[in-house]
Design a protein around this ligand. Structure first.
Ligand SMILES: *[C@@H]1O[C@H](CO)[C@@H](O)[C@H](O)[C@H]1NC(C)=O
Ligand SMILES: *[C@@H]1O[C@H](CO)[C@@H](O)[C@H](O)[C@H]1NC(C)=O
Length: 530
């Protein structure tokens, strides 16, 4: 009787684990994971794709044919184990020669925890996790990236839908602020959570922005780890994450504590907190108007981090991998100071940073010198619309009179639109040899500014080093901030009204442009930004 009793209990517990409780059942090519948190998901062990995500009985995975996957599918082979504290974790490891994708279920989390290790860039040339979700159960994505029924107007990724431009790029958000983004439906919402240092293996710095969502038939939800989408840096390899695809009945989740990864060993490239260090210090010398818009970035070829300072400039970095980093102080998006700092495991390095920006005395200055075109005409729309969108104000050719509100000065000069004209009335004491400075954040197809005043025309500046990629038409102005300085010869400016034209020089035709922020200064001691 005793033997029979034990056998019955064992059989019963096995049945509970496979159907109702936390566990993994291998069936054919499928690893079916029950999280016990409302989510049951399936990984195809012969590809590494996620083929089903049932949340409270609602199927989140699209049934249109494509699965949820890293890159465009990696053809990995997968193994699994259950372990960790009280066997509360199931780890599925999907392996290729250059990429390993980890999927972890933690008991009671309605989530697929993930980490991605790369030793080389995927052959598709970018690294992203894409959840291809069902538009019937998760219909509510970002309106700006819903391209259903649209006509492609640029690069087969910008569409016109009912008279409005739409693109997956318009769902992007700066990495500095992008930790939770999601889509929703009736009784279900799916969220990509990118907590803590999950961007450490990404590229482009704190102001890089990349695709979060597209609805072109599937409701696509992304974590872009790297891409060439107006990229300013080389790609980093190593561990990316931890991150998670998390389900709720509707509410927006906060980020989560991922330190449980440290209790599970064997993740390629994963560095636990005990193997990391921090930097603590204070920024100084910044312009007080930007005191609530300061951030500090750290980067080297292996990792990148950032943090906002408090309004006095104090900061403490995230837990970083050991190494020597370039530390950069940003006022909004403008790098104004750098320092070098070395981080060691278990340590807190003390390192202050100060602005080296020196601004000249100006006759006039248009816009804030902050590494963004904010405040100029159409800058409030450019992140979510194509420049051709009917909701944009006319780009010109514009004539701007110094003294007018800068929200009438277009944020970009396009070769196809024509030169920007600036009218400046000067007194006899303001004329003479002067310096004109134009600050740009990004340019396309080698576009750079050429200045004419009366019969004087500037030399054509050298072709700028900028990302080899569209930008302004894909919702970003972020590039390599480049400053142009023009020495206006004595006798050029007159007492009275001067007409200054700024046109685009470029070896290419088409929508060549650059962004402007213009300073007419009485001397040229404006220090080049970093
Ligand atoms: C950083 O600045 C603070 C405040 O001014 C100062 O007390 C501290 O000694 C400085 N630290 C270093 C390493 O220079
Ligand atoms: C040039 O600008 C700098 C910085 O504002 C200022 O210190 C300097 O006095 C100026 N020089 C002249 C000749 O105006």
């Amino acid at each position: 009787m005793l033997h029979f009793f034990i056998a019955t209990v064992a059989a019963l517990s096995c049945w509970v684990a496979s159907v109702a409780g936390f566990g993994l059942v291998a069936s054919g090519n499928n690893f079916v994971v029950t999280t016990d948190g409302g989510l049951i998901f399936t990984v195809d062990k012969t590809t590494g794709d996620i083929t089903s995500m049932l949340f409270n009985g609602i199927q989140a995975q699209s049934n249109k044919g494509k699965h949820s996957q890293i890159s465009s599918g990696i053809g990995a082979s997968c193994t699994w184990f259950q372990g960790g504290n009280q066997n509360n974790y199931i780890v599925i490891t999907c392996t290729t020669s250059t990429l390993t994708q980890y999927y972890i279920a933690r008991r009671n989390d309605p989530a697929i925890h993930m980490g991605t290790y790369t030793s080389a860039e995927p052959t598709i040339g970018e690294l992203r996790f894409i959840a291809r979700l069902s538009t019937s159960t998760l219909p509510n994505g970002y309106a700006v990236s819903n391209t259903v029924g649209g006509t492609a107007i640029e690069g087969s990724d910008v569409y016109l839908v009912n008279g409005q431009t739409r693109s997956k790029f318009y769902s992007s958000r700066q990495f500095l602020d992008d930790h939770v983004h999601g889509v929703s439906g009736n009784g279900i919402a799916a969220w990509m959570i990118i907590p803590g240092t999950a961007y450490e293996g990404s590229s482009g710095g704190p102001f890089m922005r990349d695709i979060n969502n597209q609805n072109g038939g599937d409701q696509e939800l992304y974590f872009y780890m790297n891409s060439g989408h107006t990229q300013t840096e080389s790609y980093r390899q190593g561990f990316h994450g931890p991150y998670a695809l998390w389900f709720t009945t509707g509410s927006t989740p906060s980020t989560f504590d991922y330190t449980f990864w440290e209790g599970l060993t064997g993740f390629l490239g994963f560095v636990p907190q005990s193997g990391r260090g921090r930097v603590s210090g204070k920024a100084s010398g910044f312009r007080s108007q930007f005191s609530t818009l300061l951030s500090i970035g750290w980067s080297n070829s292996a990792a990148q981090y950032w943090v906002r300072t408090d309004s006095s400039g104090n900061f403490v970095s995230p837990y970083m991998k050991p190494g020597t980093y370039t530390m950069t102080l940003y006022e909004v998006e403008l790098a104004v100071g750098t320092a070098s700092v070395t981080v060691s495991a278990g340590g807190v390095a003390a390192a202050n940073i100060t602005s080296s920006l020196r601004l000249p005395t100006t006759i006039w200055s248009l816009g804030d010198y902050d590494g963004t075109p904010r405040g100029f005409l159409n800058a409030d729309k450019i992140e979510t619309m194509h420049p051709s969108d009917a909701r944009m104000s006319s780009w010109g050719p514009a004539t701007f009179t110094v003294g007018n509100s800068i929200n009438t000065l277009p944020m970009a000069v396009f070769k196809a639109i024509g030169a920007l004209t600036i009218k400046s009335t000067l007194t006899s004491s303001q004329i003479g040899a002067r310096t004109l400075v134009i600050a740009t954040t990004l340019a396309f197809a080698g576009g750079r500014p050429v200045v004419s005043i009366g019969s004087w025309t500037s030399a054509i500046p050298a072709i700028p080093t900028q990302p080899d990629s569209r930008g302004v038409t894909r919702g970003t102005w972020r590039g390599n901030n480049i400053l142009y300085t023009y020495s206006i010869p004595s006798g050029t400016l007159i007492a009275g009204t001067n007409t200054i034209t700024i046109s685009v020089a470029s070896g290419s035709s088409g929508a060549t442009y650059f962004y402007v922020r213009i300073i007419c200064s009485s001397n040229n001691t404006l220090r080049r930004p970093l």
